[in-house]
Write a protein that binds this ligand. Structure first.
Ligand SMILES: Cc1cc2nc3c(=O)[nH]c(=O)nc-3n(C[C@H](O)[C@H](O)[C@H](O)COP(=O)(O)OP(=O)(O)OC[C@H]3O[C@@H](n4cnc5c(N)ncnc54)[C@H](O)[C@@H]3O)c2cc1C
Length: 309
């Protein structure tokens, strides 16, 4: 199998994890991503002079291989969130090491991709005769969320096991406004519209002096109901709920940015149908919707390719 070529579609955690293992095993690997940067849903927005994680908020490093690779790649930029997360009733969630990248979580993917051939800003619209991005490959590994992968391989009416998530970024004048100093985040599993709200200031290096940045993720139900609505309407509702919960005076509000995640997290399991010869699929769908789980799913797919399975 040595020296075979593989086109990896998607430079998220799964794509980068796979590409590294394949390249180390001697494959010629090119990674394509439609976005301008790497990381996929492990996403960071440079916004109003701040670095804001609007996808994955933090990552765990329970797996020894992932922990080693992430530490090696990120060095001193790999930091741990020190402040607690509370639930909706004000109880502190059990402690677990929660990590972030000092320059934004998308940098984790970028660091892990160091030295790989990654071509960003390239949308793969169709694949014919294993031609991807104008080149022919022996194998294709798609890590695009399943409905997008299914479209590329020509499977119509594919299942969509992902839940959407409506997200809002909010900027306030003043440092640690309202009740943000005492906790990093509130995770609300009660079905309340405000499923997650967090203060980005607790990640050192992310927010500039004199400001507070809040990140909000709506519940699955709210996100499904309002998905196609005008973002200005749902983001205003999320802002009001968040300001009340965090006791932030609206007088210090300065800016907002809404973001719609169509395929945010896995909300149901499904079996992947047989793919055409030469095609492979990986992504968080094969494990859990977590950064390290996606990376491991990519590595597992790469290992199957290497072993010729
Ligand atoms: C709002 C939100 C909050 C989250 N919070 C956490 C958290 O706190 N902790 C945690 O561990 N996990 C969290 N997750 C989950 C985690 O981010 C994902 O499970 C993981 O990043 C998925 O990685 P992936 O590589 O499987 O997919 P993706 O990151 O989606 O990567 C797929 C890539 O494929 C690219 N692509 C798609 N179609 C094409 C095409 N046609 N051509 C070229 N490129 C294409 C996309 O641009 C994307 O970069 C969160 C996710 C979201 C959305």
């Amino acid at each position: 199998m040595e020296n075979k070529s593989v086109a990896v579609i998607g430079a998220g955690m799964a794509g980068i994890g796979a590409a590294r293992l394949l390249a180390d095993a001697g494959f010629r690997v090119v990674v394509f991503d439609k976005s301008r940067g790497m990381g996929g849903r492990c996403a960071t927005k440079r916004w109003e002079g701040h670095s804001v994680d609007h996808g994955a908020q933090y990552f765990t490093m329970r797996d020894a291989d992932f922990s080693r690779e992430a530490r090696l790649a990120c060095g001193g930029d790999l930091l741990e969130i020190q402040s607690p997360i509370f639930d909706e009733a004000g109880r502190e969630l059990p402690g677990e090491e929660r990590f972030f990248h000092a320059k934004g979580n998308s940098r984790l993917a970028r660091a892990l991709a160091e030295g790989l051939d990654v071509r960003t800003g390239v949308t793969i619209e169709a694949v014919e005769d294993r031609r991807v991005g104008g080149e022919e490959f022996d194998l294709i590994l798609s890590t695009a969320p399943w409905p997008q992968t299914a479209k590329l391989v020509g499977i119509s009416g594919a299942e969509n096991p992902y839940a959407p998530c409506l997200a809002g970024l909010f900027l306030y004048e003043g440092e640690m406004v309202g009740a943000t100093a005492v906790r990093y985040a509130i995770s609300d599993r009660s079905g309340h519209a405000l499923a997650w709200s967090a203060c980005e200031n607790h990640k050192s290096g992310h927010v500039g002096e004199g400001f507070t940045v809040m990140v909000v993720h709506a519940s699955e139900e709210f996100s499904r109901t309002r998905l196609e609505d005008d973002p200005a309407s749902w983001v205003a509702d999320l802002r009001a709920l968040m300001e009340e919960r965090w006791e932030i005076p609206s007088s210090v509000f300065r800016a907002v940015h809404p973001h719609r995640w169509r395929y945010a997290r896995i909300s149901g399991k499904m079996g992947i149908p047989a793919l055409p010869e030469g095609w492979h699929f990986a992504g968080d769908l094969l494990g859990e919707s977590r950064v390290e789980s996606a990376w491991l799913a990519g590595r597992a797919a790469a290992a199957r390719i290497i072993s010729g399975a």
